[in-house]
Design a protein around this ligand. Structure first.
Ligand code: OAD
Length: 265
């Protein structure tokens, strides 16, 4: 592991961790843009993840998000999620910012997670914006198809919509403001499991770099950030993050940690 990162982490007062779909890949949840397996490789985003798609075919869109919610319910946090939660107990201030709409960070023990793209578990009324509370239990999926009519708001009767940010929509204002502020003020930013292609989330590492932070990227594949971060480690976050935790704070790692390489130091 790169000594500069270890020393920076040990000395850091403020750390930001920015995660994307790759961090949940080892829990069995698909990413968006990985070849063959990515959601946007198999589905058309414009049919499922835009306000006009929901307007056109609410049952198709609601059913798709319900099937993703069912997959998240069946998944468990992996060693990467757990390592981030453990880091939160060791640095004076850790801000966890995620683009993920699952709750695996919370289930791993992280608190006050900033969900830039919303959460599957927090749908709300499309008219009055009151939150909708799902009935307890596993999402009920119909056999032989994924169409489900969205429920109606108890208060105003309008349709309930998924609690995620769609293409063309703004990020939740206070969440975005807190994320920007944390990136501007951090000593170390770790960017894990994201292609860094979707803005404005992808501007957070750029903000941290411009402010002079030490930056680390963890990803098994190259990204456009490779050339600008302090260190890019090629490997899966479920191995690299526990190894980083182990080497920085002498925590016993559950992973062998050998399946990564530093491509830029
Ligand atoms: P992407 O699918 O664009 O990128 C996932 C990244 O994870 C890729 O760079 C992979 O190489 C990497 N990856 C795969 N397996 C990994 C592993 N085991 N460990 C670490 N990294 C791994 O997903 P995001 O960057 O999260 O937005 O996508 C950003 C946004 O685009 C999503 O939040 C979603 C999507 O449209 C909305 O739905 C609003």
């Amino acid at each position: 592991m790169d000594e500069r990162i270890i020393k920076s982490l040990r000395d850091a007062k403020r750390v930001v961790v920015l995660t994307g779909a790759g961090v949940s890949a080892e829990s069995g949840l698909p990413t968006f843009r990985d070849k063959q397996t990515g959601l946007w490789e198999t589905f058309k985003a414009e049919d499922l993840a835009t306000p006009s798609a929901f307007e056109r075919d609410p049952a198709l869109v609601w059913g798709w998000y319900e099937s993703r919610r069912a997959a998240v319910r069946a998944a468990k946090p992996n060693a990467g999620h757990l390592a981030i939660a453990a880091m939160g107990d060791r640095v004076p201030r850790l801000t966890l910012i995620t683009q993920n709409v699952d709750d695996l960070h919370e289930r791993a023990g992280s608190r006050a997670v900033l969900h830039l793209h919303g959460e599957l578990a927090r749908p709300y009324c499309e008219a009055c914006r009151r939150p909708y509370v799902f009935p307890d239990g596993i999402p009920q999926l119909p056999r032989g198809g994924a169409r489900i009519e969205p429920p109606r708001c108890d208060t105003c009767g309008a349709r309930i919509r998924p609690g995620v940010v769609w293409f063309g929509e703004s990020l939740p204002g206070p969440t975005w403001a807190a994320a920007r502020e944390a990136a501007k003020d951090c000593d170390v930013l770790i960017c894990a499991g994201t292609s860094s292609l979707v803005y404005p989330a992808a501007s957070l590492p750029e903000i941290a770099i411009a402010a002079g932070a030490t930056t680390l990227q963890i990803n098994p594949n190259p990204t456009d950030l490779d050339g600008s971060v302090s260190v890019a480690i090629r490997g899966p976050s479920g191995s690299v993050l526990p190894q980083l935790l182990a080497e920085t704070w002498d925590v016993v790692s559950s992973s062998g940690g050998a399946d990564y390489e530093a491509v830029r130091t």
